[in-house]
Design a protein. Structure first.
Length: 299
């Protein structure tokens, strides 16, 4: 038993030393800080909000959590469809109720979607889920009397990739002007300029195959794009290379008939951006200010 506690103490000291001295801008730094992020996510306050579980398919992952503001829920000024991160594999909407709470406090309705995950599923399955999520959300808001509430879609990390794919290539049957805005936080939007990681391969497949191009949002940018967009990315992101997102932002600005707002977060990491809901600062301020601009007038 003494040996066990001694070994535990050794690894704890090693972890703390790595935490203190590993420089920003690499994957190890991000991984070392993940426990802090997940502790914040799991301990975040989420009381006082109305919640409903909505299924859009038979698979256990095919559902959304639906939240309404406590005051005047039928008068929600905005509806936010928010995809959480987790490398297309980890996390559940239930772990991000604190995000929903902060957004409902602004007077917004919120949908937190789930979808089938890697490694058993890949982009093609997730694309099917994205289509069903949007069609189900559209029908739900009509049924709930929230057709007046503008819809924006966004997410963090892999969730930002999902949001961009959904917004830039919505399913047939969805009104073309239904989505009023897109936001992507620390998101892999340009897979071609990212490192050839196992995480990306499980999601998008080999780089020389058509599915890889289909899974990369940058390949949907053309002269027909017309959606207000907010991009937030840290210059020292150790999970999603800053240069890849900068290239996406440049191309989007060239093609987008609406505003493309690219907020560059100097010396910020992936998890600095992911922590927008827990820590005051530029990421939260920029997102909430942008969302406020999308609100329905007069509500």
């Amino acid at each position: 038993m003494l040996f066990f506690f001694g070994l535990l103490f050794f690894f704890l000291i090693l972890y703390l030393l790595l935490l203190l001295f590993t420089p920003k801008g690499n994957l190890l730094h991000e991984v070392l800080h993940l426990p802090v992020f997940w502790w914040q996510a799991l301990s975040g306050k989420a009381s006082g909000i109305q919640e409903k579980r909505i299924h859009y398919g038979p698979h256990g992952r095919q559902y959304m959590l639906y939240f309404l503001p406590a005051e005047q829920p039928s008068q929600a000024r905005l509806t936010v469809i928010y995809f959480h991160g987790g490398g297309w594999r980890f996390g559940h909407p239930e772990q991000f109720r604190a995000h929903a709470r902060l957004l409902t406090m602004q007077g917004y309705a919120v949908l937190l979607p789930s979808y089938r995950r890697t490694p058993r599923h890949c982009y093609r399955h997730m694309r099917e889920d994205l289509d069903e999520i949007l069609l189900t959300a559209h029908a739900l808001l009509q049924e709930q009397g929230l057709a007046h509430s503008p819809v924006v879609i966004g997410g963090m990390s892999a969730g930002g990739n999902m949001a961009a794919l959904a917004a830039l290539a919505p399913p047939a049957g969805l009104p073309t002007d239904w989505i009023k805005g897109l936001f992507a936080l620390g998101a892999p939007l340009n897979l071609e300029q990212m490192s050839d990681s196992r995480t990306v391969r499980h999601f998008a497949g080999p780089r020389n195959q058509p599915m890889f191009r289909e899974a990369s949002p940058i390949n949907y940018l053309n002269q027909g794009v017309n959606i207000p967009t907010l991009l937030l990315h840290g210059t020292l992101d150790g999970m999603v290379e800053f240069a890849s997102v900068a290239a996406f932002a440049k191309k989007l600005k060239q093609h987008n008939r609406a505003e493309t707002r690219f907020v560059i977060l100097e010396n910020s990491t992936h998890l600095n951006v992911a922590g927008w809901v827990f820590q005051p600062g530029l990421p939260r301020e920029a997102l909430l200010a942008w969302l406020k601009e999308r609100e329905a007038p007069g509500l």
